[in-house]
Structures are given as structure tokens and as C-alpha cells.
Design a protein around this ligand. Structure first.
Ligand SMILES: Cc1ncc(COP(=O)(O)O)c(C=O)c1O
Length: 411
């Protein structure tokens, strides 16, 4: 007897993060937290090894009137002041000249999944990086959408050639192209494309758009932890050159930006040359929102608006302390890794550093060997993810050398 619809993929979710997180927890209970290195946790943690909840975010949130928290949002596409604030926040000083609209979503997940469902039908193909947040593939699979993966890197830079080849392959079977770029602060490698790389990508997408419509989903979940915050949006100016047949949806999340993962607030910023194109996507997304989550937490939207206006200076100052902390943790780790000869993908900024693995069989052996030495990480495609967002400085010191020793013992 089966009840779930025929087309559903009935294999259970494989969550390789949570199972490792619980192993690490158990080890800490048995052997003492000081003897365990838990580099699995993908949220921002302080030096006290506890989740960071920014005071400048939550003090104001706590003071919000109960009725504001109780109320529905004023629109299914999000409160108007929130939609405007998200647009301004996402682009900041970048001179973006495109037609635009914002749909409020439950976090970045809501924005990405709604976009995938807006632009692709069952049986279509979505392009994602070969090293990527696992949820992209899941979002595609629950909608019976296929994925084609482009290689993230060629030597130590973004692999535009692979993007081109992958698009050309998909062009043969589909008249529309939809791809994900998770940038800046790529999860899990910490790579950010240069403005030149963005320019080249946009030029290529324009070429493709002569025969195929193109939608680029730019997932910016970690942008507000860029080590070059003031120029972190500069690349968006390259968007101005898109042709009429290209659309970009910037997927924004308050989860990391405001340390408010559980408040489920984000937005999809639709950008195109023509108002009509933006309006068409907006109409469908609004219906999708109404039919799926109905509306976004009113107080979460209202809090965001306050933080990016009246509360901005204090919020930026508090967040900067943690950006500096993460920079320090990542610099120590990378310097020691380079000294020890521990290979990693090109990291520039962001929550994770990922060690380079020659294949997944070797990665699994290494991952297991690390755990035997009380070092917990997350295995990703051809890599081992080290969460510098949650690892205290004291535990970063010496970690790369320990990992290298374990690697030597494997060979
Ligand atoms: C790459 C990436 N995109 C988007 C998200 C979305 O997170 P949320 O739905 O909490 O905003 C995450 C969260 O881990 C992520 O890692």
C-alpha cells in the first residue's frame, strides 16, 4: 500500500550534517568538550562555543509590540516597507539600473526554492556547482527537476569553462537555462568571484540568451560576512549589461545577516531589463507564496526594516566584531594549512574552509580517521568542510597540522 503520489522520491533525506553533529556531541559528553574539535556547526558561534544572537537584533525584536508579532503581514508578497528595505540592502551602493521587485520569503531557502519552481518545469534541468549546499539538489528533486553540475574550480579560480560547457550541454535539450551561483562567500569553500569573472559570465549569458532565455539565481546568503563589506555589492553593477532575454534573481536571507536562522525571513530580488518581465515573475511568485507559506512573519520583517535604518550603525558595529573574529580564525587555519601542506580550495571569505580531496572514497577514509582523533567535520563532494564560523580561535591553532598528520597516516 502506498499513499504518497507516484512521482515522489520516497528515499529518506540523507542529512550527513546532523548525524555528525550528534556524534560530536556524544564525544564531548564522554571525553570533555576541551578534547573534542567540533568543526561541524554551520552557524556563527562565539569564542564561548555558543550560538551568537546579535544583541542589536534581538533587543529591538523583544521590544516589538505583541500585536505586531501576532498580526499577518500586510501582503502575500511581503510588507511594502520590507520589500523596499531588502532591495536597498541587497544592492547598497551598487548602481543597479534594472527593473526590479522583491518577494518576501521564509529565508533564503524559500527564495531559492520558489525561484526554481517559478522557472523550471518537471523534467527540466537546473545547473548547480559540483561543490554546493546540498539543498539545491533536494529542491530540484522534490520538483522532479534534474540537476547538471558545473565544476566550481579550475586550478585556483572559478571554472567559467565548465559553466560554459555545462550550459551548452543543457542548451541542446532545453530552450531555457536556469543556473545557481552561490556568491560571494560560497558555501562550502569561501570563494568569491572577482568582478572580472562576473563580467565574463554575464557576457557569456548574453551570448546564450540570443537563442535561449536565461535565469541566473544568485544566492547571497553569506554576503553580509564578506571581508570587503564596503565593496561586496560592486559586482552587481555587471548585471546592468544583461540582455532583454536574461533575468537575475538575487536570493537574500536574514538568517546569517541578522543571526536569525529561526525567524524565517528573506527575499527574492527579481531583476531584468524590462518591467513586464519582472512583473510576470512577480505575479507567479506572489501566487506561489500565497499557496505555500501564505505570508512571512510580520515582526521579522518589521525588525529588519528597523535594523537597516535606525538600528544600522549599532548593528553593523556588532556584526563587524564577528566578521573580524571569523577572519582571524580563517587566517590562522589557512596559514597553518599552507605551512603543513594541507590542500584546500581557494578561500577568500565566509563561514567555511574546505579541504581538497582527490575523490570521495579518500574523503570518506579521511573523514573517518579525523573522527577517530576527535575531530568532527562535514564531508562534502570532493572535500572536507571546516566550519570556521563556529570554531573558537584556541581550537583553530594546531588543527591544520593535526589534520595533516592524520592524512599522512592514511598514505
Ligand atoms: C548556500 C546557502 N544558501 C541559502 C541558505 C538559506 O538559509 P535560510 O533558509 O536559513 O535563509 C543557506 C543556509 O544554510 C546556505 O548555506
Amino acid at each position: 500500500m502506498t499513499f504518497v503520489k507516484k512521482s515522489a522520491d520516497k528515499t529518506p533525506i540523507v542529512d550527513n550534517v546532523f548525524s555528525i553533529v550528534s556524534k560530536a556531541k556524544q564525544d564531548k559528553q564522554q571525553n570533555g568538550s576541551e578534547n573534542v574539535i567540533d568543526a561541524t556547526i554551520g552557524s556563527l558561534y562565539g569564542e564561548d562555543e555558543k550560538l551568537v544572537a546579535l544583541d542589536e537584533v534581538f533587543n529591538h525584536y523583544d521590544a516589538i509590540d505583541h500585536r505586531t508579532k501576532a498580526a499577518y503581514a500586510s501582503s502575500f508578497s511581503g510588507n511594502p516597507d520590507y520589500r523596499k528595505a531588502v532591495y536597498e540592502w541587497v544592492k547598497q551602493d551598487a548602481d543597479v539600473k534594472l527593473a526590479h521587485s522583491v518577494i518576501a520569503t521564509p529565508g533564503g531557502s524559500g527564495a531559492v526554492s520558489m525561484s526554481i519552481e517559478t522557472f523550471l518545469d518537471a523534467g527540466d534541468t537546473l545547473m548547480i556547482p559540483d561543490i554546493a549546499w546540498g539543498n539545491y539538489a533536494l529542491m530540484a528533486s522534490v520538483n522532479n527537476i534534474n540537476v547538471e553540475r558545473y565544476h566550481m574550480f579550475e586550478e585556483d579560480h572559478f571554472n567559467l569553462n565548465s559553466v560554459k560547457e555545462t550550459i551548452q550541454k543543457v542548451m541542446l535539450k532545453q530552450d531555457h537555462i536556469c543556473m545557481v551561483i552561490n556568491d560571494p562567500c560560497h558555501n562550502p569553500t569561501g570563494y568569491s568571484l572577482t568582478k572580472e569573472e562576473w563580467k565574463e559570465l554575464i557576457t557569456f549569458l548574453n551570448e546564450v540568451s540570443k537563442t535561449h532565455s536565461v535565469v541566473l539565481l544568485n544566492d547571497i546568503a553569506y554576503i553580509d560576512y564578506s571581508y570587503q563589506l564596503s565593496t561586496s555589492r560592486d559586482y552587481m553593477e555587471t548585471f546592468n549589461d544583461i540582455s532583454n532575454n536574461v533575468m537575475i534573481v538575487v536570493e537574500f536571507s536574514c538568517s546569517k545577516a541578522l543571526t536569525s536562522y529561526g525567524l524565517r525571513c528573506g527575499g527574492a530580488v527579481i531583476l531584468a531589463q524590462k518591467e513586464e518581465a519582472v512583473r510576470e515573475a512577480e505575479i507567479f511568485m506572489e501566487k506561489k507564496a500565497r499557496a505555500t507559506w501564505s505570508n512571512i512573519p510580520n515582526a521579522a520583517m518589521s525588525n529588519f526594516v528597523w535594523i537597516v535604518t535606525e538600528g544600522k550603525d549599532a548593528y553593523m558595529k556588532e556584526k563587524q566584531k564577528y566578521i573580524d573574529l571569523m577572519k582571524k580564525r580563517s587566517e590562522i587555519f589557512l596559514e597553518e594549512a599552507d605551512q603543513a601542506g594541507l590542500a584546500h580550495y581557494p578561500y577568500k571569505e565566509g563561514f567555511f574552509v574546505t579541504l581538497k580531496m582527490k575523490d570521495n572514497a579518500y574523503r570518506d577514509a579521511f573523514h573517518k580517521a579525523l573522527m577517530a582523533e576527535h575531530i568532527y567535520t562535514v564531508a562534502v563532494n570532493k572535500g572536507i568542510r571546516v566550519a570556521v564560523c563556529s570554531l573558537p580561535v584556541a581550537k583553530v591553532y594546531g588543527l591544520a597540522e593535526k589534520m595533516k598528520e592524520i592524512e599522512r597516516s592514511l598514505n
